[in-house]
Structures are given as structure tokens and as C-alpha cells.
Design a protein around this ligand. Structure first.
Ligand SMILES: N[C@@H](CCC(=O)N[C@@H](CS)C(=O)NCC(=O)O)C(=O)O
Length: 227
């Protein structure tokens, strides 16, 4: 059987999502770290994650998860029940297409976080590349946050929005261990990786700490899906 290669930026939540899916399913893979300017070599959208499985290349975390679910159906990450499955798809998309931009806004529209997060993004670059890219990373990522609108809002509104998103996760959990009644699903992994990235910023961690059920859900998802 061919070994999957994951082309990644280590700190990308979408790459974390794919790693966690592989761990949960017990799928062996190797990682190739890509330079911040190098994604176009692997991806038509110039975005990572991308996987190679033998001659098959798959782009985009959502497509990669679909591919892995088909090839390695057990343990499954999509509920059997049609209504739960529908909510699972909606939550995955909400995490990827909405929460991600709050994550970027928190790190890059908030100047106090931008430098530190930029260093995380640059950690695998060669020293010369790191020096060349360092001045551009915060403003490029701020533009990305603003492209979806989240990062254009005033600071207090962004923080209120994030609080409301985290309180929605809290409400969805209720007394359940995972977001959907039938147990761990791709919804948990997709939402977890975005909230985990928010937690890196002090203000993000402060909001999450107000919701103890969310914090214990995070520990549960992490336990079930990390290496
Ligand atoms: N929808 C894509 C999003 C992937 C994505 O946005 N990846 C970011 C890293 S977090 C990226 O590669 N950005 C490079 C760029 O925009 O140039 C997925 O789910 O894989």
C-alpha cells in the first residue's frame, strides 16, 4: 500500500485537521513542510493541505477528508442519521469558511498578536527567506482576514462575534461529549482546529476559558485525535 504524503504548513488549522483525521483513522502518512511561497507547486488554488496517495493527488481539507473516509471508512467521521449528517456538513463548512476568518482576524487584525503569529508561520523557513518574508506576513494575513469581512469590523465587535461563536459551541454541546449526539465526527475536528488556533492568542484563550464545557470538549477531541 502506498504511503500518503501530506504537504503542509504546520500551523495551518486545515493541515491540523487532516493530521487528526489520519491519526483517528490510523492512516499512516509522512509530512512534507512547504515554504510559505511554495504551495503553488502542489495546489491549483495555491493552498495547503494537499495529499499524494500514490498517483492520486487531493487538494483541500474537505476533499481530503471525503477521500480518506471512502478509502478508510472505519472509524467513520460522518453520522449515519441524515439530519445529523446534514448538520455535520454545515458545521464543517462553518468552521472552514467562517471561524477560520475570525482566527485570522484575532491574530492579524490585532497588532499585538501579529508578530508572534507571523513567527509561527515562518518557523520552517530558511533564515534568509524568514528575513525577507517577515515584514510582509502580518499585512498579507490582515488582508486575508479582511477579505471575508470579519477583520474589517471594529476590535470590540470581532471579540463579541468570537464570544458568540464560542457560546454557540457551548450551547450545541449541552450535556453531550461531542457536537453531534452520535459521537465524534468531522464537525468536532473541523471546529476544534479553528478554536485551538484562536486559543494561541491571549484574548482568544480568555474567551474560551469562560466556557468550561468547551474547554473540556477540546481536551476530549484532542485526546481522541492527536498522535
Ligand atoms: N478550503 C481550504 C483552505 C486551505 C487554506 O486556506 N490554507 C491556507 C493555510 S491555513 C493556505 O494555504 N494559504 C496560502 C495562501 O493563501 O497563499 C481547505 O480546507 O484546505
Amino acid at each position: 500500500m502506498s504511503m500518503i504524503t501530506l504537504y503542509q504548513f504546520e500551523v495551518s488549522p486545515f493541515c491540523d485537521k487532516v493530521r487528526r483525521v489520519c491519526h483517528y483513522k490510523g492512516v499512516p502518512y509522512t509530512v512534507q513542510e512547504v515554504s510559505l511561497l511554495g504551495a503553488g507547486k502542489y495546489s491549483s488554488a495555491r493552498k495547503l493541505p494537499v495529499i499524494d496517495d500514490g498517483d492520486t493527488r487531493v487538494e483541500d481539507s474537505t476533499q481530503i477528508v471525503q477521500y480518506l473516509e471512502q478509502k478508510y471508512p472505519q472509524p467513520g467521521l460522518f453520522p449515519q442519521d441524515a439530519a445529523e449528517r446534514a448538520l455535520c456538513n454545515v458545521l464543517e463548512d462553518w468552521a472552514d469558511e467562517s471561524l477560520y476568518y475570525y482566527d485570522i482576524a484575532l491574530h492579524f487584525s490585532f497588532a499585538e498578536n501579529a508578530k508572534r503569529r507571523a513567527e509561527h508561520l515562518l518557523q520552517h523557513e530558511k533564515p534568509l527567506m524568514r528575513t525577507l518574508l517577515r515584514p510582509f506576513v502580518p499585512s498579507l494575513l490582515r488582508k486575508l482576514g479582511e477579505s471575508q469581512g470579519a477583520g474589517r469590523r471594529p476590535r470590540e465587535v470581532i471579540l463579541d462575534d468570537i464570544d458568540r461563536q464560542i457560546s454557540s459551541i457551548d450551547a450545541l454541546l449541552g450535556t453531550q461529549d461531542f457536537l453531534l449526539p452520535s459521537g465524534l465526527s468531522i464537525a468536532d475536528i473541523s471546529v476544534f482546529v479553528e478554536v485551538d488556533a484562536m486559543r494561541v492568542a491571549e484574548l482568544g484563550a480568555g474567551i474560551i476559558a469562560r466556557y468550561p464545557r468547551v474547554a473540556s470538549w477540546m481536551a476530549r477531541v484532542d485526546d481522541t485525535t492527536s498522535a
